[in-house]
Design a protein around this ligand. Structure first.
Ligand code: UGA
Length: 440
């Protein structure tokens, strides 16, 4: 019996697996905590010692609903964090690779962290007697697992993929703010590999999940992730484009979105118009796919348009504010919301920041509040006015801009101040007295 089969049978009996997670950022930490909650023994690995210590003290290094509570339940029991990659790999059978793949200019993704980790894991596999499976969770362009991951592992270990170790591409579909909910209740799980035994090993980890598990080739799994994010981003830019037309015609885009979303072929999700999509995923992933496509000699017109509409959407918002005030210079403006969406402290690619930059250029006076996003923005713009609470920002200003859909912004006293909403936060019968939506 191959090592690998023995290992599978042993795991079946104990009903838990020994899993390491390399890269304890957003994706890795949720994966680690989620798998530990399901009863697996999990070791999270990171090069950042401070983060490792924090996790071991049961403190969440990022804000995410439910994360703190789950860390308290699992750390010290079946979850721990370490900087020692070697020990972690040698004492586990499966390693999830969850390192970042950030964009360079023009969208090409940086693979240096992925290359480093595959090389380092490969060196350790050289010494490992039992079979190990490496699972790629990081978002990588189609072809990367075969052109970069496997060669790095093989070169460093002197071993052969398929025979001596396994590799699976298993993209993640977690949304920030509801990542744990998404982890425990996925719509589908995608497992891509050319080695059926690698897939079988990873499938076991997900045996408790009720959703369909799709088995694919490496490239298909990689592409599913990019195509899913591109489709969702397309829906948003589509409804923003429809919304920009509606606004000019005095039509409420929300009613139109509801009217089309009830058609089951269209669906209601991701049809909320506003200041455009942000975050660390949609802007980066659509751009990376555009870049790859251009490299291959195909001009991706729809995806280019999705990015163009999204880039311009904050400008639509600025136009509305400028029109309402008759100019921006010296005007007192409340900024409610900095994060790219509610439920997170993440401000990466936030449309709010593009809007703030423009206001600063136009010499407006800003009164800023966000329940979670102020610390990271203070480091970028230390000299701005950060308010203690949202009401204070409203009270200081002559116009209010709603740029993140934090629920607390619905309950403020806006009086007769003009409120410009870029995130569609109010029910139509509960809007402030003086109110305009970006597309409604
Ligand atoms: C997105 C995907 O939804 C996840 O499935 C995926 O795993 C993740 O990217 C990733 O690739 O890691 P996320 O970036 O956390 O997740 O956030 P979303 O909830 O998708 O929102 C993205 C942006 O679109 C936000 O700025 C949000 O405000 C905006 N949005 C979303 C709209 O403007 N309208 C909508 O109807 C929905």
């Amino acid at each position: 019996m191959a090592d690998y089969e023995k290992y599978k049978n042993k795991e079946r009996k104990t009903n838990h697996m020994n899993i390491s997670i390399s890269g304890t950022g957003y994706v890795g930490l949720i994966q680690g905590v989620g798998l530990a909650k399901l009863g697996n023994k999990v070791i999270c690995i990171d090069i950042d010692n401070e983060k490792v210590q924090k996790i071991n003290r049961k403190e969440a290094p990022i804000y995410e609903k439910g994360l703190s509570a789950l860390l308290k339940q699992t750390v010290g029991k079946n979850l721990k964090a370490t900087t020692n990659l070697k020990k972690a790999i040698l004492s586990t059978n499966i390693t999830f690779v969850c390192v970042g793949t950030p964009s360079m200019v023009y969208g090409r993704i940086k693979l240096h962290e992925m290359e480093r980790i595959c090389h380092d894991v490969g060196e350790i596999l050289k010494e490992k007697k039992t079979k190990h499976v490496v699972v790629i969770k990081s978002t990588v362009l189609p072809g990367t697992t075969e052109s970069t991951v496997i060669p790095n592992l093989e070169n460093a270990s002197g071993k052969k993929f398929g025979k001596d170790f396994g590799v699976v591409m298993n993209p993640e579909f977690l949304r920030e703010g509801s990542a744990l909910e998404d982890f425990f209740h996925p719509d589908r799980i995608v497992l891509g590999s050319s080695d059926p035994r690698s897939i079988a090993a990873v499938k076991q980890i997900y045996s408790k999940f009720k959703c369909p598990i799709i088995e694919t080739k490496f490239k298909e799994a990689e592409m599913i992730k990019y195509a899913a994010n591109s489709m969702l981003a397309t829906k948003i830019s589509f409804i923003n484009e429809v919304g920009n037309i509606c606004k000019r015609m005095g039509i409420d885009t929300n009613t139109v979105a509801r009217g089309i979303g009830l058609d089951y072929r269209i669906g209601p999700q991701f049809l909320v118009s506003g200041i455009g999509f942000g975050g660390s995923c949609f802007p980066k992933d659509v751009l990376a796919l555009v870049h790859k496509s251009l490299e291959l000699g195909y001009h991706p017109r729809i995806l280019r348009a999705v990015l163009d509409v999204n880039k311009d959407q904050p400008l639509r918002f600025l136009d509305l504010v400028e029109e309402s005030l008759g100019g921006l210079k010296g005007k007192r403006i409340a900024i409610l919301g900095l994060t790219f969406k509610a439920g997170t402290d993440d401000v990466r690619e936030s449309a709010s920041l593009s809007i703030i930059k423009e206001f600063i250029m136009q010499q407006a006076k800003l009164y800023i509040y966000d329940p979670m996003g102020m610390p990271p923005v203070k480091t970028l713009f230390p000299h701005l006015n950060y308010m203690k609470n949202a009401q204070e920002a409203v009270d200081q200003s002559e116009i209010v801009c709603i740029l993140t859909e934090w629920p607390e912004f619905k309950a403020l006293n806006y009086g007769t101040k003009m409120v410009i909403d870029g995130k569609n936060i109010f029910d139509s019968d509960r809007r402030p007295q003086n109110y305009q939506g970006i597309c409604w």
